[in-house]
Design a protein around this ligand. Structure first.
Ligand code: NAD
Length: 313
C-alpha cells in the first residue's frame, strides 16, 4: 500500500509526528522558504502549517496531489481558502486546542491593566519604588463586557465570575438563552459599551468587525474603561484608541494582536497606558501540543475520507 505523503513546514511536536508516521511518510521541513515550498508541494497529499507559512493561490495551484491542508491552531488567514475550494482541497484547523491558553492570557492582561503590573516591574528594575503612584482598581464588583461569547469569550467569562465580576456579553450569533447558559447576562452592544468597566474582545476579524472598536464605539463607552484585545488585529482602530487614551476616555488597553504584525514601535505600542504582548495568546506548551495532536488526527481523518470535526473549507 502506498503511504500518504505529508509535509510539515512549521514543525509539529514529536507525539503528533509519531501519530502521523503510523500511516504516512512525513517530511519535516520547518522554516522552508516560499520558493522551496512551491517546488516541492506537488509531491504531497497533505500539508500541515502553523501561522508562519503562507499557503497562497500559487502554492495551491502547484499542489497537484494535495487533498488536505491542516492548520495547527485556529486562524486560517494565512491560507487562501477560495483557492483551496476551487481545487477541492479540504482545509481543517484545531479550533478548541488554544481556547484556555488565550483565556488565561486575557485574564493576565485584565489583572495587569487593573494593577499596572508591567509598570511596577519596570520601575523596580530602574531602582524606583512607585508605591504611592501605583494605586490600581479591583476586578471584584466591576462589570466585564465580553464581545464575542464563543469558545474563548466563554472561558474568560467563567474566570471573571470567579473573580467576583458581573459578566455581560454581546454576541449576535448566539441566542440569549445560550449566553445565559454559558454564564453571562446578554446585552445589546450599546448597553455593553455603556455599562462595562472592562471590555474584552473575542470575536473574529470579519468585514463587520474590522475597525468595530473605533471612534464611535469609544464615544459610547464609560469614561475610564479598560480594554483587552487578544482576538485579532484590525478589530480595534489603533489610531482611535490612541486618541481615546490621550483624552482619558480609555484608562488603559492591553493588546496581544495588532493590525500589522509585528507592529514595531507604533504610537499604540509605545503608549504608556498600553500593555503590549507579541501575539502570545496560544503560546503555551499545552496549547501547542494539543493543537499538534488535534491537527495530526484531523488530517489523517481527511486523508482516509472519514468524518471531520473541524472542516473550515
Ligand atoms: P469562536 O468562533 O468560538 O467565537 C467567536 C464568537 O464571536 C462567536 O460566538 C461569534 O458568534 C462571535 N461573533 C461573530 N461576529 C461578531 C460580531 N460582529 N460581534 C460580536 N461577536 C461576534 O472563536 P474563538 O476560538 O473563541 O476565538 C475568538 C477570537 O480569538 C478570534 O478572533 C480568534 O482569531 C482569536 N484567537 C486569538 C489567539 C491569540 O493568539 N491571541 C489565539 C486563538 C484565537
Amino acid at each position: 500500500m502506498t503511504l500518504f505523503k505529508i509535509l510539515l513546514t512549521d514543525g509539529l511536536d514529536a507525539t503528533s509526528q509519531s501519530i502521523l508516521r503510523e500511516s504516512a511518510e512525513v517530511d519535516d521541513k520547518s522554516g522552508i522558504s516560499a520558493d522551496e515550498l512551491l517546488n516541492i508541494i506537488p509531491a504531497y497529499d497533505a500539508l500541515i502549517v502553523r501561522g508562519r507559512t503562507r499557503v497562497t493561490a500559487s502554492v495551491i495551484d502547484a499542489a497537484s496531489r494535495l487533498k488536505v491542508i491542516g492548520r495547527a491552531g485556529v486562524g486560517v488567514d494565512n491560507i487562501d481558502l477560495e483557492a483551496a475550494k476551487r481545487h477541492g482541497i479540504t482545509v481543517v484547523n484545531a479550533p478548541t486546542s488554544t481556547s484556555v491558553a488565550v483565556a488565561e492570557l486575557t485574564f493576565g492582561l485584565l489583572l495587569a491593566l487593573a494593577r499596572e503590573i508591567p509598570r511596577a516591574d519596570s520601575a523596580m528594575k530602574q531602582g524606583k519604588w512607585l508605591k504611592k503612584e501605583l494605586e490600581g482598581v479591583e476586578l471584584n464588583g466591576k462589570t466585564l463586557g465580553v464581545i464575542g461569547f464563543g469558545r474563548i469569550g466563554m472561558e474568560v467569562g467563567k474566570r471573571a465570575a470567579a473573580f467576583g465580576m458581573n459578566v455581560i456579553a454581546y454576541d449576535p450569533l448566539i441566542p440569549e438563552e445560550e449566553i445565559k447558559r454559558r454564564g453571562a447576562d446578554p446585552a445589546s452592544l450599546q448597553d455593553l459599551y455603556a455599562w462595562s468597566d472592562f471590555i474584552s474582545l473575542h470575536m473574529p476579524l470579519t468585514v463587520d468587525t474590522r475597525d468595530m472598536i473605533g471612534r464611535q464605539a469609544f464615544a459610547h463607552m464609560k469614561d475610564g474603561v479598560r480594554i483587552v484585545c487578544a482576538a485579532r488585529g484590525g478589530i480595534i482602530d489603533e489610531s482611535a484608541l490612541v486618541e481615546a487614551l490621550n483624552s482619558g476616555k480609555v484608562a488603559g488597553a492591553a493588546l496581544d494582536v495588532f493590525s500589522v504584525e509585528p507592529p514595531g514601535l507604533t504610537e499604540a505600542v509605545s503608549h504608556p497606558r498600553v500593555i503590549a504582548t507579541p501575539h502570545i495568546g496560544a503560546q503555551t506548551a499545552e496549547a501547542q501540543s494539543r493543537a499538534s495532536v488535534d491537527i495530526a488526527q484531523e488530517v489523517l481523518s481527511a486523508l482516509r475520507g472519514e468524518s471531520l470535526r473541524w472542516k473550515v473549507a
